[in-house]
Design a protein around this ligand. Structure first.
Ligand code: FAD
Length: 323
């Protein structure tokens, strides 16, 4: 049955995130010939909205305001609320990202709607949408069907196909957001940590280090490998706890969830809490000196040996190949 779908398209520094197009792809499947409206929120999002409008849909709404420069659930929700009232969507789709996970429950509560979170695939069968999502920290999957509308869906980055339809000419409706006088919270400062290169959640290749890396210095060969592969660097919690790297690199149940094409685990044992964040990677390569390490149970390729010998050799070989 055709549905009215609202996409909340995420941007960062005014640029559309890949997950925005993945959410739009999901919306197109869910809409089943119905209507699609996208909304982009931030301080300067006209360009992102115009880029989005190249993908066929009914309308793109850009909400701009100085107080929307940094994500904050109160401001973003206040900006979005009139759009929810106006569009009256059957389905709202957004990314299962740090901000999406924060905003989605607010939307669900506002619409008194159920929420299907962390969707990794969807299957449309005669207009009926089946959502697949991991449960028990990725140990199992459930398939859900929502029996009524409205409902809210969050999609895990890097899992669903990004929308590729082009040639759209949707109207871009730019609206100004003024912070209400009675606002209860305000972001007064954001201190960004030094960038560690690629965004982990969107990277196609991740090189990840665990306690076996032994020190901050020990991460150097991993960064070198990552550079050759144009990859992001990740870590286990043990490596973060030990101070070898920043917590922003942590992958797992209490860290980031990644689904790259290739995940290279170096000196990581494969605890269930770590697997929760990476087990859906398309190809897993493990380097560990313990042949009994549980990571080998889920690895597609395993190398038993010392990472300090293997990783530099791998980097060297790849450099030769790419020269
Ligand atoms: P270890 O388990 O100590 O493994 C180190 C591995 O390195 C070993 O297998 C060893 O053989 C190998 N090694 C050592 N030296 C070398 C070498 N030179 N060359 C090759 N291999 C070598 N963990 C996460 O990662 N992410 C989470 O989000 C997370 N959340 C958690 C939440 C809760 C509530 C709890 C209780 C735990 C959580 N943990 C999480 C911790 C998790 O249980 C493990 O303790 C952690 O993942 C272990 O990290 P590790 O594999 O790096 O370390």
């Amino acid at each position: 049955m055709p549905k009215k779908v609202l996409v909340i398209a995420e941007q960062r520094d005014g640029k559309l995130r890949q997950v925005a197009l993945e959410a739009l792809g999901a919306a197109r499947a869910i809409a089943d010939g119905g209507s699609i409206v996208s909304v982009v929120i931030g301080s300067q999002v006209k360009d992102a909205a115009a880029e989005l409008a190249q993908h066929p849909q009914d309308k793109v709404i850009a909400i701009e305001g100085e107080s929307l420069a940094n994500y904050d659930s109160e401001h973003y929700y206040l900006a979005l609320r009139p759009v929810l009232d106006e569009v009256q969507p059957d389905v709202v789709v957004l990314g299962h990202t740090a901000s999406g996970r924060d905003l989605a429950p607010k939307i669900s509560a506002a619409l008194d709607a159920p929420q299907v979170s962390d969707v990794v695939s969807l299957d449309v069968q005669s207009g009926d949408v089946l959502f697949k999502r991991p449960i028990y920290a990725g140990k199992a999957f459930e398939t859900k069907r929502v029996l009524s509308t409205p409902y809210v869906v969050t999609v895990r980055p890097n899992n669903l196909a990004a929308d590729t339809e082009q040639g759209g000419s949707a109207e871009v409706d730019v609206r100004a957001f003024d912070e209400p006088a009675d606002v209860k919270t305000r972001v007064v400062n954001v201190q960004k940590k030094a960038s560690t290169g690629r965004d982990l959640t969107e990277a196609r290749v991740v090189v990840s280090g665990g306690r076996g890396v032994k020190s901050a210095e020990g991460f150097k060969p991993l960064y070198e490998l990552a550079e050759v592969l144009d990859a992001a660097v990740g870590a286990s919690r043990a490596a973060c706890d030990a101070g070898y790297c920043d917590y922003s690199l942590q992958i797992g149940q209490t860290g980031k969830v990644v689904t790259p094409d290739v995940y290279i685990a170096c000196g990581i044992s494969g605890a269930i809490q770590h697997l929760a964040g990476m087990s859906q990677s398309k190809l897993i390569i493990a380097i560990n000196k313990d042949a009994e390490a549980p990571i080998f149970e889920i690895a597609d390729y395993g190398v038993v040996g010392d990472l300090f010998e293997i990783v530099p050799k791998l980097t060297e070989k790849l450099r030769e190949k790419m020269a």
